[in-house]
Design a protein around this ligand. Structure first.
Ligand SMILES: [Zn+2]
Ligand SMILES: [Zn+2]
Length: 194
């Protein structure tokens, strides 16, 4: 059963904040509320730096619902962004949309009432709130984006790729030349003149 006392909150004021800041939510208030209390959060976060040549090229946007559980908070929602990819057939730059489904329980590290450290040995891999009762989704989001990176991305499903004779994109139009050996530079030039 969910309570009706739901308030819409946004994560601080958008502006110059980093993607990491925009994915940090103070949830002390919600932790102090009864079981089933909810918060709806609109997420609008600038791109994170992902490392390893992976580049996020759109803001992260979406909605999350936090629900107070007996142990912590249930975090559910869907976030969207896009990453830069290269078509594995024609090598064209592609904007690759990514959807992140979040469905996780976040557990406290510090007991809200007593201030004592919570024993986390039983569930070492659980998502943990910070010592300041904040929900920090930066690492989760980064992991999910990395998992969403395709192995062999295509600019479109039927991308014909590159001509094995001249190296031009076969998608760029009528493409015929004699089968004998052709200087690839001249062929490229002809393609431009057509
Ligand atoms: Zn392609
Ligand atoms: Zn060709």
């Amino acid at each position: 059963m969910t309570r009706e006392a739901s308030t819409n909150t946004t994560n601080r004021t958008p502006g110059n904040q980093s993607g990491a800041d925009a994915l940090l939510f103070n949830v002390a208030g919600l932790l102090g509320e009864p079981l089933g209390s909810i918060r709806d959060i609109r997420v609008e976060a600038p791109p994170l730096s992902l490392g390893e040549g992976l580049v996020q090229i759109r803001d992260l946007v979406g909605d999350l619902r936090l629900t107070r559980t007996n142990r912590g908070l249930m975090v559910r929602g869907r976030l969207r962004t896009a990453i830069a990819q290269t078509c594995s057939r024609c090598l064209r730059e592609v904007e690759w949309p990514v959807e992140l489904d979040i469905d996780e329980e976040a557990l406290p590290t510090i007991d809200l009432v007593s201030g004592a450290a919570v024993n986390s040995d039983d569930e070492p891999d659980a998502l943990r709130l910070t010592n300041h009762h904040e929900l920090d989704l930066e690492d989760d989001v980064r992991d999910l984006i990395n998992l969403a990176e395709p192995i062999a991305p295509l600019c479109r499903e039927d991308c014909p790729g590159l001509c094995i004779v001249c190296g031009l994109e076969l998608a760029s139009g009528p493409h015929d030349h004699p089968d004998e050996e052709i200087d690839p530079r001249l062929e490229g030039l002809r393609g431009l003149l057509q």
